[in-house]
Design a protein around this ligand. Structure first.
Ligand SMILES: Nc1ncnc2c1ncn2[C@@H]1O[C@H](COP(=O)(O)OP(=O)(O)O)[C@@H](O)[C@H]1O
Ligand SMILES: [Mg+2]
Length: 374
């Protein structure tokens, strides 16, 4: 008999040694929220010196200095006088929670795992494991900051390049005008002034994109013709990018007079951005931009399609993120599609993309009736 007892004693000591080897606090809690067993890490966590001063105490008081059940406890609906914890764990092997906790005046982030212990189908106690994930979180934040800084760098160099093109253009045209001041040909002057105006518009559009990203203004809608708006966007893009669009053909399928409530200025910017991306994808080459307007009973869909090479599958979920750009030679701010996305969202619509066989197809879907409040 005594050897059996010794054996049991040995096993219990072994088990405690294993638990104490685990550096994260482990706490066995009964349905009365009383602490039944802990490992050594729990003593340190709760600032207690020995096991007897811990056992039998309420878990919320011991671990979190609270006078009642913790608001984040997955068993908080459970009454302390019920015999078991059943409902909380129905069909689950564990419940996890991320919580803030103040330790020595420092705010720490803890991850709590709750594992049920079952006996004849009933949850008779719960093991709580406490992991301090503060350092891990800080590392994640640090990585995010580094990634943001890298995106900011790409963005700034993109803006600088994009602005540099029209600025260089204007500077060359002005130089050319100055060298020919003695010329009396008004056509010559008009042509040069037009070129400067184009470059100015191009620079202003880049600045407008940045402003609308940084500080989107409130959506004001009027009844307008989407077909007209799309034609205007096409003309603006051709006017601002005459060389890029020189070899590109346009097909616009739709009917004039497709009126509904939207913001024509924002909608034009959306299509300018989509068209500009297609032109840049053709990269001065030949091609076609196909636009199709389709109206259903309560939705309007506009498809913008090009065959300029497509977008790799792995990139599709990133292109709408601000600052994401893969444009050649460092031009591009990575804001275009992110702005398109927010314009469509403001109109309670949806912007989606598909790409296959070197083809890219954006779909803008807008409700014909704007929900109230817009
Ligand atoms: N029609 C398209 N064909 C191929 N790639 C595209 C097309 N439209 C967008 N992309 C890709 O999506 C990226 C993000 O576009 P966008 O947000 O407008 O930023 P940016 O044009 O400044 O790079 C582009 O850099 C490009 O790689
Ligand atoms: Mg773009």
């Amino acid at each position: 008999m005594s050897s059996l007892m010794e054996n049991l004693q040995d096993r219990a000591e072994e088990l405690q040694a294993i638990l104490d080897g685990i550096t994260e606090p482990l706490v066995l809690i009964d349905p009365g929220f009383r602490v039944r067993r802990v490992n050594r890490a729990t003593l340190e966590f709760s600032d207690e010196s020995d096991f007897p001063s811990v056992l039998g105490r309420k878990c919320y008081a011991l671990l979190y200095n609270r006078s009642g059940i913790c608001p984040f406890c997955p068993m908080k609906e459970h009454h302390e006088n019920e015999a078991d914890f059943n409902r909380e764990f129905e069909g689950r092997n564990a419940i996890g929670r991320e919580v803030f906790h103040v330790i020595n005046d420092q705010k720490e982030t803890l991850y709590l795992d709750f594992f049920p212990i079952k006996k004849e189908g009933k949850v008779v106690s719960v093991v709580e494991k406490i992991s301090n994930i503060t350092r891990l979180k800080e590392k994640e934040d640090e990585n995010l900051r580094i990634r943001n800084l890298a995106s900011l760098g790409t963005f700034i160099s993109g803006v600088a390049h994009e602005l540099n093109n029209p600025l260089t253009g204007m500077s060359l045209t002005l130089q050319n005008l100055m060298n020919n001041l003695s010329s009396v040909d008004p056509d010559f002057f008009r042509k040069r002034l037009e070129m400067i105006k184009e470059d100015l518009t191009r620079a202003a559009m880049i600045v407008a994109d940045i402003i609308s990203f940084a500080k989107p203004d409130k959506l004001v809608t009027t009844s307008a013709d989407i077909y007209e708006t799309i034609l205007k966007a096409k003309d603006s893009v051709i006017w601002v990018y005459p060389v890029l669009s020189k070899n590109v053909e346009w097909e616009i399928l739709g009917e004039p007079g497709t009126y509904f409530q939207f913001n024509p200025v924002k909608m034009e910017r959306l299509f300018i951005n989509l068209f500009k991306n297609s032109l840049q994808a053709y990269d001065y080459g030949e091609g076609k931009i196909r636009v199709e307007i389709r109206r259903t009973r309560n939705m309007l869909h506009v498809f913008v399609e090009d065959t300029a090479g497509g977008i790799p599958e792995s990139m599709l979920d990133k292109i709408f993120s601000p600052f994401f750009t893969k444009n050649k030679s460092g031009i591009g701010t990575g804001l275009g599609l992110s702005i398109c996305h927010s314009i469509v969202r403001e109109h309670s619509g949806e912007l989606t993309v598909r790409s296959y066989n070197r083809r890219t197809r954006f779909r803008v879907s807008l409700p014909l009736e704007q929900p109230r409040g817009n």
